[in-house]
Design a protein around this ligand. Structure first.
Ligand code: ZN
Length: 681
């Protein structure tokens, strides 16, 4: 599970503790287009790592980059040929690069890179090209044959197939379709399901496989495309000799190289187990790996590389390929270690029915990490916190690892300084002041609590299907984790533990959270559309619920000042009580698998948008010129070898631009995209 960055962009960060001084000259912004800003992030402490740790990171970085094509193909089966085509046009173009059509083409290509395909990474809507079909056709026809995507017999066959995919709004309109009143599988463009497969068929297929009494079920469908062959539903597995084999073989190669530099036997063991899983595609082996990985809390260098999160699947089962390479930020980890050492206290005192609490919280390990490489679905847009593994029974029996990506959070914050957000949206000077002083730390604490305790808390009643909440599973899980974090942010326990030094600090995060959930996150939504993404739904669900339930006591209000709407919190203590009440109910829904109640909660609070308020937010935002979405380019690592071919050092550089990086990745790390020379004719 991951925690995404909320839409709110932090402005002036006064309580900035990290290594601010050396950062002054670091240039965070790399590129800007459409609704996107691309940043770079610094990797403080990399130079000081031991040569072995640097070498390990180098090979893990390679293992992250060679998997890139997998997520492109998973997102939509036309993504790789379209990428080849766009990059071919871009590099071969002989005309005026300042023409309107070419500029629009370049913007579209940058959007496609950012979405790892033709759909927006967040809304999952298909991008709308700003250039004409005629311009596009002309450019395709001018391409040398070797620049065409593989598998097409001629320039014309490329146009015949791909023009509707790019230009026709009705074709492949949405990557993840979530309107539960229609078939979410048939209406999604994701390549997790083959052509002609229906939701009913997929559900029937897995219902037959699942044993409700199995206490340690595999994660059904996690690494499989479901297809229909001769009328039969079957799975195609992602494995060495299966789907994505050419990419997986390179991942295995680099993981094996990285393993030579592993820090200890526990790390060696989980890496061997991961490789074994990649070879066989056996989900039992994935569970074995996940347990070994969760239990290794000693290694400083750590990574995720695999099919992990299932937000991209309308049914929440099949996972997108991603990679995070990182190392521990030892000073900042003290904070999360205190929290995880007290996990049982938080569980025992949570405002949920005791029968839904975990009697024994197992090994929630939490650390703050420095991201060194983002890959696959975590690139260019990334989460700021992760908690894995996802399987409930593994979390209960073996614990989980929760991480906060501090150098990423810091890059977001640094790039947002002085952007005028607070002045426009925050109701008054005292609220602004507490946010200036405490938002950075309480925001990180919110991530720590969400990941480390929230996702790990509570228990599911025996016999309840972990997928019982169906299309609302992700939203309600995120709701639960956020509520847990919100509830405890205001707890005196945090002062007692020495994590916060002001009993009012939590107000900074409370205000930001409601402002975001009620208003400012609407900036990410196009006029007329509903809220769809799981984290956004969760934030609106919580915010609207407390607004409504607190109406009688005026706990929270939306007030007007000079024609502008503001969030006004009148009673922070009662607000905390409301968060606690909702947490109790959401935990009950999750524990009992109460789909009907979950469905009602989501539909009543999480989805619908007040059109008038939406327009106001968009208008006010547009004056500020703050990009709704941000992501990153990776630093570039270069290995220094001795004459025997061993790595003696690894250097890091930050100067590569967005377009250069994307073109280099496609050129040097393409494992699945075929050029015409190797495609069938
Ligand atoms: Zn989460």
């Amino acid at each position: 599970m991951k925690k995404a960055i909320p839409a709110l962009a932090l402005s002036s960060i006064m309580a900035f503790s990290a290594h601010g001084a050396e950062n002054k000259n670091f240039d965070y912004v790399v590129d800007r287009f459409a609704d996107i800003e691309v940043l770079r992030y610094e990797v403080p402490g990399f130079q000081e790592l031991t040569p072995a740790r640097k070498a390990m990171i180098y090979y893990l970085n390679q293992a992250a980059l060679v998997g890139r094509d997998i997520i492109w193909d998973q997102n939509c089966r036309y993504n790789l040929p379209i990428r080849t085509l766009l990059e071919g046009i871009y590099t071969n173009y002989k005309g005026d690069r300042n023409s309107k059509d070419f500029k629009a083409f370049e913007k579209y290509m940058k959007q496609v890179w950012f979405g790892n395909g033709i759909h927006h990474h967040y809304s999952t809507d298909k991008f709308v090209p700003g250039f004409s079909q005629a311009f596009f056709a002309e450019q395709v026809k001018a391409l040398p044959e070797k620049a065409l995507p593989g598998g097409y017999a001629s320039h014309q066959s490329v146009l015949d197939e791909l023009v509707p995919v790019i230009f026709d709004p009705a074709v492949m309109a949405k990557r993840v379709f979530q309107d539960g009143t229609k078939d979410v599988v048939a209406n999604s463009a994701t390549n997790f399901y083959g052509p002609g497969v229906t939701q009913a068929e997929v559900e029937a297929y897995y219902a037959k496989l699942k044993d409700p009494n199995d206490p340690t079920p595999i994660s059904y469908g996690l690494n499989a495309r479901v297809v229909k062959e001769d009328g039969q539903i079957k799975e195609q597995h992602y494995q060495l000799n299966g789907l994505y084999g050419p990419a997986i073989s390179k991942i295995i190669y680099y993981l094996s190289k990285a393993r030579e530099y592993a820090e200890n036997d526990a790390q060696k063991a989980y890496m061997a187990s991961l490789i074994d899983y990649y070879i066989t595609g056996d989900l039992r082996k994935f569970d074995e790996y996940s347990i070994l990985w969760a239990e290794d809390t000693k290694s400083e260098v750590d990574f995720v590389n695999g099919f992990i999160e299932s937000y991209g699947d309308p049914l929440g089962m099949t996972a997108s390929w991603e990679s995070y390479v990182n190392f521990k930020n030892i000073p900042s980890s003290k904070r999360t270690e205190i929290i995880s050492n007290n996990a049982q206290w938080f569980e025992d005192n949570s405002p949920v029915d005791p029968k839904f609490r975990k009697p024994e919280v197992k090994g929630v390990s939490a650390k703050v990490i420095t991201a060194a490489t983002l890959g696959g679905d975590a690139f260019p847009a990334t989460a700021i916190g992760i908690n894995l593994p996802n399987a409930n029974w593994i979390r209960a029996a073996h614990g989980s690892k929760s991480v906060t990506l501090e150098n990423i959070t810091e890059a977001y914050a640094m790039a947002s300084r002085g952007n005028g957000f607070n002045e426009e949206f925050v109701i008054d000077a005292p609220t602004s002041k507490i946010m200036d002083e405490y938002l950075y730390i309480t925001d990180m604490l919110h991530t720590d609590l969400h990941e480390c305790l929230g996702h790990g808390s509570g228990r599911i009643m025996p016999g309840v299907d972990p997928d019982a909440l169906k299309e609302h599973g992700s939203t309600l899980e995120e709701t639960r984790a956020d509520l847990f974090a919100l509830y405890y942010l205001a707890d005196p326990k945090l002062l007692e533990l020495g994590i916060l030094d002001n009993p009012d600090a939590y107000k900074a995060e409370y205000y930001k959270y409601l402002l975001n959930g009620l208003m400012t996150q609407l900036n990410r939504i196009e006029p007329g559309k509903d809220v769809e993404e799981a984290h956004m739904r969760n934030r609106q669900l919580i915010s609207k619920w407390v607004l409504e339930k607190g109406r009688k006591d005026k706990v929270v209000e939306l007030v007007k000042k000079k024609g502008k709407t503001y969030v006004k919190i009148n009673d922070y203590r009662k607000l905390r009580d409301l968060f606690g009440q909702l947490l109790g109910e959401v935990q009950r829904i999750k524990s009992e698998g109460d789909y009907a109640a979950g469905n009602k909660l989501v539909n009543d609070y999480a989805v619908k948008v007040d059109q008038k308020l939406h327009k106001e937010v968009l208008d006010r935002y547009s004056k500020l010129d703050i990009p709704p979405y941000r992501g990153f380019v990776n630093p570039v690592y270069t290995a220094v070898y001795d004459d025997k071919g061993n790595i003696t050092d690894v250097t890091i550089s930050y100067d590569e631009g967005y377009t250069d990086q994307m073109l280099r990745l496609s050129r040097d790390y393409s494992t699945l995209a075929k050029k015409a020379c190797c495609g069938k004719k």
